[in-house]
Design a protein around this ligand. Structure first.
Ligand code: FMN
Length: 135
């Protein structure tokens, strides 16, 4: 199935798996990516070196589309860059859309998705330059 989403991110099924902390495992994300969707893990609570190793391993296991989720600006810019260098779509949630983070991800060659819960937040995500707004 072709949609604007599949064409943008390069998957074949227009579905992104929701990140769910430790419940959504790397195995699940790899399986979703292999099935044509976007498989997502969260960076929540992982030391940067563990996260990088995990994303490298996942990338070796599938040629499908992977995403990683960042839920706090406190992770730091280097973690955002580390993630963006390893997945197609960096997914943000739980803080205000940040043009700085969007720019960092774009410079690393990935796309940005922002989960929003209001019209104002959706507009802020668009204004910040996000490629995908998850409503
Ligand atoms: C147990 C659980 C853990 C979650 N963990 C995360 C997370 O780590 N990062 C995140 O961005 N969203 C997290 N979410 C939110 C989901 O990704 C999703 O946005 C939310 O459940 C809304 O989708 P739904 O209406 O289909 O449930 C979590 C949701 C649940 C139920």
């Amino acid at each position: 199935m072709r949609t604007r989403f599949t064409e943008l991110v390069g998957c074949s099924v227009p579905i992104q798996q929701a990140p769910m902390g430790t419940i959504s495992s790397p195995d699940l994300a790899v399986a979703v990516a292999a099935a044509g969707g976007v498989g997502t893990v969260t960076a929540l609570g992982l030391p940067p070196e563990v996260l990088v190793r995990r994303l490298n391993e996942m990338g070796r296991r599938t040629s499908g589309v992977l995403s990683a989720n960042v839920v706090s600006p406190d992770v730091g810019e280097q973690v955002v860059v580390d993630v963006a260098e390893r997945v197609r779509l960096v997914d943000f949630f739980w803080f205000d859309p940040s043009p700085r983070f969007v720019d960092l991800v774009h410079r690393s060659g990935a796309l940005v998705g922002w989960q929003v819960g209001s019209v104002a937040e959706a507009r802020a995500a668009e204004d910040a330059g996000c490629d995908v707004v998850t409503v």
